[in-house]
Design a protein around this ligand. Sequence first.
Ligand SMILES: [Zn+2]
Length: 155
Amino acid sequence: MACPACERLARLPDGFLIAGLRESFWILHKHQRYAGWSTLWLKDHAEHTGLLPRERAERLGLDVLDAAGAMHRAFDGEGVGGGPIRINYENLGNVVAHVHWHLIPRRASDPEPGATVWVRPVAETDCGVSDSERDRLVGLLKRSLGERGGQGARG
Ligand SMILES: [Zn+2]
């Protein structure tokens, strides 16, 4: 059965790609109700995070931390909605069974800052993103990743 994530990754790079990291591609999410929402996708197909070889799992963990650090640096200085008070790290796979992480900056101005974004109505969260806002956010996160040297980054 074809994996939608593998099909998407085969079409990279596109305007949503932030960076190629050690084990993953960091990609801006197609809906930006939560500015900076992005996902890291394992570069090749595997279904379960907990069954990855230890070394790969560790490198993937570093990718997640590098991206999250870049996100803090990018948005703390930007003041979008007061800057993120929290970053949600979510490793689900219920819908797309290809190892990936969501990184979702959460702000005090969110409609329900104490709840996960998944409790909000799809009509609210599935808002898309304009090309110009996409380019702005991808550029912001790329620069922020690069400021730290982006160890392992090459995109
Ligand atoms: Zn896949």
